[in-house]
Design a protein around this ligand. Sequence first.
Ligand SMILES: [Zn+2]
Ligand SMILES: [Zn+2]
Length: 248
Amino acid sequence: MTYRISDAVLDLFYPARCPVCDGVIGAVKMSAGRIKRRPLIHRQCRDKIRFIQGARCLKCSKPLAIDHESEYCSDCMSSRHFFTRGFSVFSYRSISGSIYRFKYMGRREYVRFYAAATERLLGEKLRSLGVEAIVPVPMFRDKEMIRGYNQAAVYAQAVSAKLGIPVYPDLIRRVRNTVPMKELDAAGRRNNLKKAFNVTQNDVKFKCILVIDDIYTTGSTIDEIAHELLMAGVKKVYFLTLSIGQTT
Ligand SMILES: [Zn+2]
Ligand SMILES: [Zn+2]
């Protein structure tokens, strides 16, 4: 990634904040007329983050306990998913505060760190899937107008730039405002999402799509979108989320 003069100017006015502790990261340094890039995260904060690596579910990528006997998590063994396979970058618990600020407190600048971590951990894998289009999980329009941005779309744009795969933010529309998922049980979550999403084209020309969101919990949102895309003629729907919870 190249560091442009425009980035340096932005940094002067909007000091970059650490995605873990939200503290300011050192000022721009000039040496021999050259601008030195500053890190995207404090060195000491790096150790607090848990990446999704090691034993994980072959379907949804949730981390598995060392003594877990199957290659799939209990959720993926008991329920059928419409998505082909999914990938996540961070363990939710280690980054939940960061995602909260990214989502609700305007800390869009964290995306630079998120995208860099995604590239480092999963770049090669994601490029090998044959993905033709990236689609962020959409927000209901009124909600997005109030918040000012859709965090999934911000992340999707940054990943798109890293992978060189175009993003299509309007391919899927959220046609119903839904109740926050954390207030519902599994059955409630499924009902809540019924007909919540609409593919905006009658015949989607892509065969392989990567759906992007900030958090994966039960997978019901991704599944609902994957279902709609499959019905529109897409053959494979992968997902990438910034974070994923533990197996229950
Ligand atoms: Zn920090
Ligand atoms: Zn799983």
